[in-house]
Design a protein around this ligand. Structure first.
Ligand code: NDP
Length: 327
């Protein structure tokens, strides 16, 4: 038996609870992992609360991230005792995930634990940090450099936002943070934000085009915020869009794209091909100061996951939550 969060659905009755689960029920896969740490991402909170249809099969162990050691392996690439991490691939949605003490997965989904990070640090990064890096890579691919101008980061005090700010600042960018939590100004400045703007400035319907302000942006919010970010991006700039914390809609016009040559670069972490994942993790090892991870993460045990999921969706969690699944 092992401990894990289990989500069950019976008609309209949707519930998540910490349970003792029989190891014989683990899904198919060629690698079994002793999970050490998982995390709580926005998507995990949606899955646990049932606020959005993230979970596609029941019962489900949520958790789109895990870090641990290989317990058994029929995969030639992994041996017993290897340190591994996993982000996405539908884990925690269609395949049992990381918010448990054991997982069985396809070896091809795994990434070796980067030498630069401990398992806990890798989960302080988690899907949020790896996605932040995919966004930085998208800006770079479109020619954005620290000389291009300011970079705007929305949802700044959240997981993706916090890590994006820390990395961009370390890479030499001038970062402008957008947050609904002005009380977190010192936290955001310590991460490297040069300026903090109130989310309210972006949250209402805006004009098709506004004053040109940012060379690039990383948006986790969607909806009016993304529309206003695009409308105020400078000629030839790029906006990397990865989130929907403010809504799935995109009430914008084509004006920024056809009159200013702005690029809207979509970023997906779940089905992101393996070479791009390896590149993102290698760049995280190079460009993210591990010391930042202590400042942006707090730890919880499996018993605190369900209450924390509610708090996260209410916007009350700062930075990243690491789950010590053995604790
Ligand atoms: P967090 O909850 O940690 O951060 C989200 C932040 O968005 C909050 O901290 C808050 O920042 C802001 N926010 C919250 N609610 C609202 C709202 N109603 N309107 C405007 N802003 C809001 O989540 P993550 O950082 O883990 O994820 C952020 C988003 O990115 C989510 O939508 C998530 O699903 C998505 N995502 C997508 C991935 C992909 O593969 N495309 C991968 C990872 C995440 P503040 O208080 O500073 O304003």
């Amino acid at each position: 038996m092992f401990k894990g969060i289990l989500i069950e659905k019976d008609g309209d009755d949707y519930r998540a609870a910490l349970k003792d689960i029989d190891e014989a029920l683990l899904p198919e896969g060629d690698v079994t992992i002793n999970v050490a740490y998982s995390t709580l991402n926005y998507k995990d909170a949606l899955a646990i609360t049932g606020k959005a249809p993230v979970v596609r099969r029941f019962p489900m162990i949520p958790g789109i991230d895990l870090a641990g050691t290989v317990e058994t392996s029929d995969n030639p690439d992994y041996r017993v005792g290897d340190g591994v991490i996993l982000n996405g691939w539908g884990v925690g949605e269609t395949h049992w995930g990381g918010l448990a003490q054991k997982a069985r997965v396809k070896g091809e989904w795994l990434v070796p634990l980067p030498g630069a990070f401990s398992p806990r640090q890798a989960m302080a990064i988690g899907t949020a940090g790896y996605t932040a890096m995919l966004c930085v890579l998208a800006l770079e691919r479109h020619g954005i450099t620290p000389h291009s101008g300011d970079i705007l980061v929305t949802g700044a005090a959240g997981g993706v936002g916090s890590i994006a700010i820390a990395m961009l600042a370390r890479l030499g960018y001038r970062v402008v943070a957008v947050s609904g939590r002005t009380q977190e100004a010192d936290y955001l400045k310590d991460l490297g934000a040069a300026e903090i703007l109130d989310r309210a400035e972006f949250a209402s319907p805006g004009k098709p085009l506004g004053k040109e302000r940012w060379a690039g942006a990383i948006d986790v919010v969607g909806s009016h915020v993304l529309a206003n970010v695009c409308a105020t991006t400078r000629y030839g700039g790029t906006v990397a869009a990865c989130g929907l914390a403010g809504g799935m809609d995109f009430p914008a016009t084509v004006a920024p794209f056809i009159l200013r040559g702005v690029t809207l670069a979509g970023v997906d972490s779940v089905m992101c091909p393996r070479p791009a994942r390896l590149e993102a993790w290698a760049r995280l090892a190079r460009d993210l100061d591990p010391a930042v991870l202590d400042a942006i993460s707090s730890g919880i045990g499996l018993g605190e996951v369900i209450a924390s999921a509610q708090a996260l969706l209410q916007g009350n969690i700062r930075g990243r939550l690491v789950v010590d699944v053995q604790g």
